[in-house]
Design a protein around this ligand. Sequence first.
Ligand code: SF4
Length: 376
Amino acid sequence: MPPAALYIHIPFCKRKCAYCDFYSVAYDRSLAGAYIGVICGQIEKLERPVSTIFIGGGTPTALETADMKRLLRSASRKFAGSGREFTIEANPESLSGEKLSLFSDEGVNRLSIGVQSFSDVKLKRLGRIHNAKKAIDAVTLSKKKGFDNLNIDLIFGSPGETLDDCSAEFARAVKLPVTHISCYCLTYEKGTPLFDAKKRGKVVPADEDHSAGMYSLVMEYLPRHGFKHYEVSNFAKKGFECAHNLNYWRNDEYIGLGASAVSYIDGVRKRHVPDITEYIEKTTDGESAIISAEKLTGERKGKETAAVKIRTAEGIGFNWFKKKTGYDLLQIEADAVRRLSGAGLIRHKKARGAGSGISLTKKGFLFCDTVSSELL
Ligand code: SF4
């Protein structure tokens, strides 16, 4: 059995951010304790070898130290000192020296810190509970504690944000000892307070051209400072690309544990119930916590692979695609490739052998969601 990536969802947060539609609830000590017990039991039972581990959320660092220790210990046993990528997400307000020591002791070798912004005003508007100083301190302390593989998440395109504001955010980011930057344009997801505020006219979103201007600025700025643009939203110093996420973009298999987590094994995508109590009850009673399962076969699977792999800067090599899916990309995506090339969104590299394929143009990066849905 080839190894699969392992994702563990920790659906607790201290407080919900205004823009967030991930599944998470307010931290509750006894619920968290029961949940971690269930997850540890599931990790023990995993038979499949694991290639990478990613503990995300939610806010994994919202867990108290004893629960965190149980979880990390059981996850790190899966690796037994292999040195493979083991990431945990952390938020500045709940990251402490004690937790960082625990991470090192249990083999965590990559941290992803939810900085989001270096502006206190913007952080407040986003509903974050940390300030810029806390964020900078969290990154500095992580580095001091020996974490060299450090990602920060940043959001751009918030209401009222100017190009100068955006530029100042990234200028601050590259001065920090980070090796990876994930950046996302603010979106207004249904059911979030930010979505409602927009509906009531309380906030005015940045228009599309302005957001595109900010993204263009980031795409130009970060590579000049040593961060290679390797995926639509991700930039890394050489050798620090996120192996766990590359697994998703290659449409390789992954196991998801926890409420709302998704698995993709044997061509079947399964989603767990987005409810902690139900997840605990079902799994404790030996029932399935899966609420939906979708089998991806044939061309559909090929098209899904194309839609995710096109997000990477290297794009889709025709040989790679044929080997991976059994299909000729130019046959199953003939119309889409013609349309997207015509619109200047993808380039078609016509080299001999391994060099031929398609990849996003600069304009394609700006409209990557359109490109992906055309390929689906
Ligand atoms: S953005 Fe992160 S910290 Fe904020 S509510 Fe969502 S998962 Fe929690």
